[in-house]
Design a protein around this ligand. Structure first.
Ligand code: ADP
Ligand code: MG
Length: 308
């Protein structure tokens, strides 16, 4: 009989522990200021319902409420990171649900915003460009005014035309693109910024696989497309007509704005685009220039070379 006696004693001991624990936890839970407040706000809750809901009240008590105990979303200590417990009463019973906490909402918003400026081979300082620095730019008045007008219009409706910034090397043309992209981001408008010579290399690299069309589609449909340094790329008739031409054609038809930067005026660019390994094709170059004019407005940028 010994084993039974032993297990019975053990069970009674554990059960006693359990009972004691239960009483202690119940007291702790019901003394918690927030839980007391919750119960006082629901005078209709019966004692039985409270007992049945004790495990939920306990869970509520152990979790961090609306980031009280967490400094940021990645440090969230809750069972479901980024979610905060909420108590409510339904049909006389206590229910516990979880809602996104503000740290998580902020975090998700930041993640989504980061995606709004897509870029390919763009220096970091350009991605951090700010409109304030442009504002203080005395000798670039005309370009500054155009940028501000674009942004003002974009706050109600995205303008049909972007800007074609041209001027000498180092005056801040690419910086202007970064500043515009960052300003648009605040309005939840996405920009796709591409460094043209790299774009040409990349498209030629994916020439033989299926990703080309996917990439081109992306450039066609971006809210705002920014082509940095057009005219600096190696000239290829195929790229000019099949890639650049079709992207611009699409955006022209859909009235989607494009920004450009170039060391060349449109007249100079026309000459450059005409001359490829396939010879001189003025009509085809003229067609591209015509589309550039449809999707952007030329603005000359003057000033000293800012590169050190
Ligand atoms: P561009 O594209 O005309 O050749 P960049 O935009 O690359 O010239 O500018 C040259 C350098 O000057 C970069 O390092 C850029 O970060 C800096 N820069 C340009 N404009 C500004 C500005 N308004 N405020 C601060 N830095 C600027
Ligand atoms: Mg540049």
């Amino acid at each position: 009989m010994e084993p039974i006696q032993k297990s019975l004693t053990k069970w009674m001991k554990e059960n006693k522990n359990f009972q004691e624990n239960y009483v202690r936890i119940r007291k702790e839970v019901l003394n918690d200021p927030e839980i007391r407040e919750f119960i006082s706000l629901h005078p209709d809750l019966s004692k039985q319902s409270i007992n049945r809901g004790l495990i939920k009240l306990y869970e509520y008590k152990t979790q961090s409420k609306q980031c009280q105990q967490c400094s940021s979303y990645p440090d969230c200590k809750n069972m479901i990171p980024g979610y905060s417990p909420v108590l409510h009463v339904e049909n006389g019973e206590i229910h516990l649900s979880y809602e996104k906490c503000h740290s998580r909402i902020m975090y998700e918003k930041e993640q989504a915003q980061q995606k709004l400026v897509q870029s390919v081979h763009v220096p970091k300082e350009i991605l951090q460009a700010s409109i304030k620095d442009i504002h203080d730019d005395g000798d670039r008045n005309n370009a500054v005014l155009e940028v501000f007008q674009f942004i003002r219009e974009a706050s109600t409706e995205l303008p049909k035309k972007g800007l074609y910034f041209y001027g000498p090397f180092g005056v801040g043309k690419t910086y202007f693109l970064g500043a515009v992209a960052n300003e648009l981001k605040k309005m939840n408008i996405s920009s796709m910024l591409i460094y043209m010579p790299e774009f040409v290399r990349e498209i030629k690299g994916s020439f033989k696989n299926d990703t080309t069309n996917e990439k081109i589609d992306y450039f066609k449909k971006a809210d705002v497309l920014m082509l940095d340094d057009i005219g600096a790329e190696m000239q290829s008739a195929w790229f000019r007509d099949e890639i650049l031409g079709s992207i611009l054609q699409y955006r022209m038809m859909e009235q989607l704005p494009v920004f450009f930067t170039s060391n060349y005026s449109l007249e100079q660019l026309e000459g450059l685009l005409a001359t490829t390994r396939d010879g001189v094709e003025s009509v085809k170059a003229g067609r591209i220039i015509e589309r550039i004019k449809q999707v952007s407005k030329p603005v000359e940028i003057f000033g000293e070379n800012r590169r050190r």
